[in-house]
Design a protein around this ligand. Structure first.
Ligand SMILES: NC(=O)c1ccc[n+]([C@@H]2O[C@H](COP(=O)([O-])OP(=O)(O)OC[C@H]3O[C@@H](n4cnc5c(N)ncnc54)[C@H](OP(=O)(O)O)[C@@H]3O)[C@@H](O)[C@H]2O)c1
Length: 252
């Protein structure tokens, strides 16, 4: 059985990716930050559909704790699946906070850097010995790092996401001798809990986003989660070093 590790699967895109991967027969290790109940919901949804999943806590902002997390992953792999490696890493966990460039504090910059770039960088490095040859890594960027999704206020957030996309290409090059494929996805606006549940707090943005989207609606978690599952699967076997904007034609 193929095994995937999805960070930040207690809600939103990560939750969808975990369920979609499981639906295709993949065992899932999923992580959560503060929302343990959400992670349990994800595990329950996977188990109800006949799949297997384990939820582990992970603070992506604490790189010093990654070796201990690797031990927890090793134990989960052995106990749940009798394996000592996994096949797919989805670096999805993240948060969004905006501030105009002139008002961006060093504290906000560092927090975004720790979670959105340094976290996935060193988590991937820490987990590399457990990632099987011919596996796949999928990094979740953002179309705020592309011309199509630029909005004032996201200079720091989008810069970290852009850095993650560049890292994906470097990993694709360096890990290709092991047959590991590395791609990134740049989602457009997607209805999740991102930004302290901004979609629920400001429902008026939904029609505005839909009006700017060629396919005429706002993105839903499954729009991204299904693409993550496809990239991770046999169907994605010839794709590497690519960034896919999944946004329904935003600002097309
Ligand atoms: N929604 C969008 O419009 C959009 C667009 C482009 C890109 N993205 C990216 O998509 C990814 C998933 O976000 P989402 O939209 O699905 O939002 P979400 O529903 O808020 O999910 C974010 C996930 O990341 C986890 N997380 C946040 N900070 C963390 C930390 N410091 N350590 C460990 N886990 C952490 C959360 O865990 P807990 O809640 O358990 O703490 C949650 O599981 C993010 O990287 C985001 O930047 C989203």
């Amino acid at each position: 059985m193929r095994i995937a590790l999805v960070t930040g699967a207690s809600s939103g895109i990560g939750q969808s990716a975990a369920v979609q991967l499981a639906r295709r027969g993949t065992g899932v290790i999923l992580t959560y930050g503060a929302n343990k109940a959400g992670a349990q919901d994800t595990v329950s949804a996977i188990e109800a559909a006949g799949g297997t999943a384990v939820a582990l806590p992970l603070d992506l902002g604490e790189a010093g704790a990654f070796p201990a997390f690797r031990e927890a992953v090793t134990a989960a792999l052995r106990e749940q699946w009798g394996r000592d490696s996994f096949d797919v890493l989805v670096n999805n966990a993240g948060f969004a906070e905006s501030a105009l460039f002139a008002e961006t504090t060093e504290e906000l910059f560092d927090r975004l850097h720790r979670v959105l770039f340094k976290g996935p960088y060193f988590l991937t490095q820490t987990l590399l010995p457990l990632l099987a040859d011919h596996g796949a890594i999928i990094n979740i960027g953002s179309n705020s790092a592309l011309n199509s999704g630029m909005e004032p206020g996201y200079s720091a957030y989008a810069s970290m996401k852009g850095a993650l996309t560049v890292l994906s290409r470097y990993l694709a090059k360096e890990l290709s001798p092991r047959g590991i494929r590395v791609n990134s996805i740049s989602p457009g606006a997607t209805r999740t809990r991102l930004g302290d549940n901004a979609f629920e707090r400001f429902p008026e943005v939904v029609p505005m986003i839909a009006a700017r989207t060629a396919l005429g609606r706002v993105g839903e978690p499954d729009d991204i989660g299904m693409m993550i599952a496809v990239l991770a699967s046999e169907e994605g076997r010839w794709l590497t070093a690519q960034d896919l904007e999944i946004a329904g034609g935003y600002n097309l």
